[in-house]
Design a binder for this molecule. Structure first.
Ligand code: SAH
Ligand code: F3S
Length: 480
């Protein structure tokens, strides 16, 4: 009998991708995927909720360490599953993801109900590990510390036939004092350019039109040169020569240019960028290549130079602002989004007001705002967490309110315009309604036949709903 596995992802897009790979290996090894859900993608790609794990034989949680809250949710579920196991002793409970990298075997002691743990570099070994638990009923872990945690697999079970995540690098060599990623994901490692190109081509041949390149610090990608990159010399537009840099490496802008050459790929997004590596070169590549998403996510974290310094973000507010201005000059319709931490160690009311002023000045399309939480082992854990919880919450709410107002105002300029929308899915609620997104990653809902999913449509934006625009098809639908 097939063992039924329920997988829940708690983290970023990389975490969701890892779950897709896990799901692929498990299905291939004869397991049944009973349910798959996500608990914590930042809006607007929003959580899909729902557990549906009641009758699973194996419960696998793909964890996140980036904020305390994400860890607490996993601890809460582990507690609950401990109780379930009293009446259902055969249930197998396992963890993968960043919490495994952070806490390692220590978690076995604290949670005897936990049967296995698998590291981010070991996903392939998942089916064997579950078998081992089933046979021997003892706690087992596979957590490799070196090597690449990216697994390209044609077994990966994508949730859409037309869209795919494509991790290109992992880890981080920056030292932002609040951040646990350098601990959980280790040093930066980039997939060789040839591998990325091959995987992107395979996805395109498989019908994928939109890829999102993933990395903890995606724009500091530096891939090995390769036969594929060399064969591109002289093939760029305007006589531009695509070559490796002085160190013989392919940089992120060069990689983007290579991927734009793949015919079947129509849209290329990437996340997350660090301001330090947001270069003129990158902006120019975006400007020249309409396939590249017109949404740029560039975390600011704080508008105050004093706080940016304490966070070791490697830039001042003015330098960041100059980058944004230049990008907007080159790509006028670009949508810019950010991440902000409210109440970091030492943040005064004046620092907070400076961040609010930065919102007024930059006028982001969206901002993801988080209350600071200390991550053990990070440099900031040695600083005092001196902003009281209620002040963090108040600052968080003020930032959120201001951003909501700005987002709404920014949205007005799109109403009445005609834009190209990629039809992503039929919305579950009302048949005949399709959800799509513009090249700025603005969500649009419009009426049309289900056959349009996976195609690009010219849409006139007619209004603004809560979380998306409404629109109507301009031209007769072409079912291509
Ligand atoms: N470059 C990374 C960013 C890591 S985490 C990426 O792949 O997205 C995403 C966001 O979480 C950060 O930009 C930051 O705003 C927030 N964050 C990270 N550590 C945090 C902490 N200790 N407390 C609160 N928010 C945090
Ligand atoms: Fe974290 Fe800063 Fe790297 S936010 S992922 S240490 S760029």
């Amino acid at each position: 009998m097939k063992l039924k596995v329920a997988i829940k992802s708690f983290g970023c897009q990389m975490n969701v991708y890892d779950s897709e790979v896990a799901r692929g290996f498990l299905s291939d090894a004869g397991f049944e995927i009973y349910s798959e859900s996500e608990e914590s993608l930042p809006a607007p790609s929003a959580a899909q909720g729902g557990g549906g794990e009641e009758n699973a034989d194996v419960i696998l949680m793909n964890t996140c360490s980036v904020r305390e809250h994400a860890e607490e949710r996993v601890y809460g579920r582990l507690g609950m599953l401990g109780k379930v196991k009293k009446t259902k002793p055969d249930l197998i409970v396992g963890l993968m993801g960043c919490m495994v990298e952070e806490h390692r075997e220590k978690l076995f002691k604290r949670f005897p109900q936990l049967d296995f743990m698998i590291g981010t570099r070991n996903i392939k070994e998942l089916p064997g590990l579950i078998e081992e638990v089933r046979k021997n009923r003892r706690q087992v872990a596979q957590i490799r510390q070196d090597g690449l945690s990216i697994e390209y697999s044609d077994l990966a079970k994508r949730s859409s036939p037309h869209q795919a995540w494509l991790p290109i690098m992992t880890g981080c060599d920056k030292v932002c004092t609040f951040c646990i990623v350098p601990i959980t994901r280790g040093a930066e490692v980039s997939m060789p350019a040839r591998e990325v190109y091959r995987e992107a081509s395979r996805l395109a041949a498989d019908g994928v039109k939109w890829v999102t390149l993933l990395g903890q610090n995606v724009n500091s990608y530096r891939g090995n040169p390769s036969a594929r990159a060399a064969s591109f010399e002289g093939a760029g537009d305007g006589g531009k020569v695509l070559i490796a840099d002085g160190k013989g490496e392919i940089t992120f802008p060069r990689l983007l240019e290579m991927l734009c050459e793949i015919e079947g790929l129509k849209r290329i997004s990437f996340t997350t960028s660090h301001p330090h590596d947001a270069t003129e070169d990158l902006f120019q590549v975006i400007r020249r290549n309409p396939k590249i998403s017109r949404r740029f996510h560039l975390p600011l974290q704080s508008g105050s130079d004093r706080i940016l310094k304490r966070m070791k973000r490697l830039h001042t507010y003015d330098e960041y602002l100059a980058s944004i201005r230049r990008l907007r000059e080159l790509v006028p319709d670009i949508s810019i989004t950010t991440d902000i931490i409210a109440g970091f160690s030492g943040e005064t009311e004046e620092d907070h007001l400076t961040t609010l002023r930065a919102f007024e000045e930059i006028r982001y399309d969206a901002a993801y705002i988080y209350k600071y939480s200390v991550r053990p082992g990070t440099p900031a854990a040695k600083l005092s967490d001196d902003v009281p919880q209620e002040i963090k919450a108040r600052r968080n709410a003020e930032l959120l309110d201001l951003q909501k107002k700005i987002s709404r105002e920014n949205a007005q300029k799109w109403i009445g315009r005609e834009v190209t929308v990629f039809a992503e899915a039929v919305t579950a609620k009302k048949t005949g309604q399709i959800l799509g997104s513009t090249v700025q990653d603005k969500k649009v809902v419009f009426e049309g036949p289900a056959g349009l999913v996976g195609t690009f449509q010219e849409i006139r934006i007619t209004g603004l709903r809560n979380d998306a625009f409404s629109g109507e098809i301009v031209t007769a639908p072409a079912l291509l």
